[in-house]
Design a binder for this molecule. Structure first.
Ligand code: NAD
Ligand code: AKB
Length: 320
């Protein structure tokens, strides 16, 4: 069997930080190369500084390490992208196209380019949004995700590239802070609650959105990448569901641990983005094709987040 060498681009971000250790366990620490614009504060394996908008720099790493698989996680997310739409478009598209082209030219065996629920827009059904629905996203981020999905399908059909993808819901994790999305409130709220503070939410209390706990998101990613090629029928991106909740429901779930915890609602421009997205997702195609099934619901997510973040903040609070 061929030995795999894995390159993770955008490795310092929310998903990369949690995915890296999983890949190191599966493939070996010296078989996984993390790459990002800047070195992380602490390195736990091989790391390369990389601007993935530069094809030559990407090619150099792929050649030097004889990379066989790439996880492309570099992107500008929904809220941050709206501050400078052309910059976000250029970064998201240049990096995705460079990764696809370098993968084609250097015989990359498997490539992962994630998409998002942000690919959907106003005219897709809001509840149980199906795998195949109209894609008319409201953000530059969403437009870039739809374009990358279609480029991935093109590279698969035209060149036989084994490129795989899921449309992640909002990912909730304790390992690091999220990078500028509309679902970020659902991480920030836990940090405030655990530190005994109230929370100001930038979405209305009844704004329902699809979310997923990081452990489920990672398991979905690795199960999809491990699945035999014959089981992969979708080469744009698979719908993926975890759970769906509103800020008010999340607040209530946290109040089971911190009864005095309160959330104030001050919606901003992110409210319109959230309203353009699905509320619940139909992921039956992922279930049928490669056996996907989420394990975390809202109570379990709340328990995990509070347990992990209490361990982070408690020593700091007790030394004050
Ligand atoms: P993030 O913003 O936390 O991390 C992105 C990383 O990419 C950052 O570390 C950043 O420094 C790096 N990066 C930016 N430009 C780069 C460049 N030119 N070259 C190299 N690295 C660069 O993002 P994330 O939350 O980890 O998301 C990873 C992927 O998953 C993205 O494609 C995102 O769209 C997708 N996704 C994430 C979520 C979520 O909730 N986190 C949901 C849906 C989809
Ligand atoms: C965002 O809010 O932009 C991301 C996503 C759902 O793609 N978390």
């Amino acid at each position: 069997m061929q030995r795999e060498t894995i390159l993770v681009i955008g490795a310092n971000g929310q998903i990369g930080t949690a995915l890296l250790p999983e890949l190191q366990v599966q493939f070996g620490v010296n078989q996984v190369i993390a790459a990002d614009l800047r070195k992380p504060s602490s390195e736990t394996g091989l790391f390369e500084v990389l601007d993935a908008t530069k094809p030559d720099a990407l090619t150099d790493i792929v050649r030097r390490y004889r990379v066989t698989q790439i996880y492309h996680l570099a992107a500008i997310l929904s809220a941050k992208g709206e501050s400078d739409p052309l910059w976000a478009w250029n970064l998201n598209m240049q990096t995705a196209l460079n990764v696809l082209e370098v993968s084609r030219l250097h015989n990359i065996r498997k490539l992962f380019i994630p998409s998002s629920i942000a690919a959907f827009g106003e005219h897709a059904p809001k509840y149980e949004t199906p795998q195949t629905a109209i894609l008319d996203p409201a953000t530059v981020y969403g437009i870039s995700k739809v374009a990358a999905e279609n480029w991935s399908l093109y590279y698969h059909k035209r060149y036989g590239l084994d490129v795989r993808s899921v449309r992640y819901p909002g990912v909730i994790s304790h390992q690091s802070m999220p990078g500028g999305g509309t679902t970020d409130y659902a991480v920030a709220i836990f940090h405030e609650a655990v530190q005994g503070r109230s929370f100001e939410c930038f979405l209305e209390k009844d704004t329902r959105l699809p979310m997923i706990y990081m452990d489920d998101a990672l398991r979905a990613t690795l199960e999809l990448m491990d699945a035999p090629e014959s089981q992969i029928s979708v080469r744009t991106s698979y719908n993926l569901a975890g759970m769906s909740f509103t800020p008010a429901e999340l607040t209530e779930s946290i109040q089971a641990y911190f009864p005095n915890f309160v959330t104030q609602y001050k919606p901003d421009f992110r409210q319109a983005i959230a309203e353009s997205w699905p509320k619940t997702i139909d992921d039956s195609v992922a279930r049928q094709d490669w056996g996907w099934k989420a394990a975390f619901d809202l109570p379990r997510l709340t328990h995990e987040m509070i347990t992990h973040l209490t361990a982070v903040y408690q020593p700091m609070v007790s030394t004050l």
